[in-house]
Design a protein around this ligand. Sequence first.
Ligand code: NAD
Ligand code: TYD
Length: 346
Amino acid sequence: MKTILITGGAGFIGSHVVRLFVNKYPNYNIINLDKLTYAGNLENIVDIQDQSNYKFVKGDINDITFLQTLFTEHKITDVIHLAAESHVDRSISGPMEFINTNIIGTANLLEVARTNWQSDDHIFYHISTDEVYGSLGKEGFFTEETAYDPRSPYSASKASSDHIARAYAHTYGMNLKISNCSNNYGSHQFPEKLIPLMINNIVHNKPLPIYGTGENVRDWLWVEDHAKAIDTVFHTGKTGETYNIGGWNEWTNIDLVQLLCSILDKKLDRAAGSSARLITYVKDRAGHDARYAIDANKIKNELNWEPSIQFEEGLEKTVDWYLNNEDWVNDITSGAYQDYYKEHYK
Ligand code: NAD
Ligand code: TYD
């Protein structure tokens, strides 16, 4: 019987992963550990809170004594580690939280797993980002062999945690899996990230802040496809291997925001082109990476995983979710969000 500790399961991606595992694997016990920072929200997983194979525990991965007790009490057999500080802009204005949670927190988890697990039939699965590889020019893709070149405090903290995880696996023989994924989009994403921020601003007729020229490129993946990829890697990925996960779906920021504007013009019965008039070019992000693009052939060829839906369809579903869940957005965008927004976009 597996008892899987999923960290960060009240956040955006984590909530989709927890939901998938709880519903698909009734024979696993799922322990969801989350600090409930500004980005963590129990509303994200309210639909599974009463399932008999599920338990939520509020706690901090920076507290190693707490982690030790948790491992002993629940006899944790495997870890899927998503808890992190995840927003690049916040890492620029306040890097230390990223260093603490993403690096020290991950090391704490690895250390507790190492000292508790006596055999090698336990999996430690570390969830990471393509941003560890740095920034691409107009051509080329990140592969699993691309050298690390992180350039923001966020990506450097994730790169550090990847290195520490690999060092633990190499030195202590732990069964480690790592995946590095491109930008996710979908329901329950905190509206500080590009897509939900733009949807929210379009709905409220607020300016749409495009950093720099808007020509930076990101590769977007439907969050539920990422959750399925995590399921696939956890169950069939080779121990010690890294898998890049991506959508084969590159967009410049400006084209993506234009597309969102046209989707919302239709849904909100606005004249064509009216939302796009909200587009405002603002000061560029410090050290803004030009382009991310993933070569996802390894996971496709070896594990038979591919993105399941087209971007336009996923984006429309995402827009519908935000339009149908205004209370969720209102709860999140009151209070501390207002302070963040005023400070960041002043
Ligand atoms: P998120 O910010 O939405 O959620 C992070 C969660 O971690 C929150 O629920 C938060 O409360 C929790 N958390 C933060 N600090 C914690 C701590 N010290 N102890 C316990 N819990 C803590 O992030 P996300 O976008 O869902 O990303 C999840 C993971 O996936 C991260 O590791 C991130 O680096 C990685 N990732 C994200 C993307 C993306 O596009 N969002 C892409 C690739 C990889
Ligand atoms: P973001 O969603 O923060 O993800 P990441 O920085 O991890 O890729 O940003 C995606 C892209 O959108 C990135 O190039 C920065 C840009 N961006 C804006 O132009 N304006 C904004 O208000 C935000 C939040 C992001």
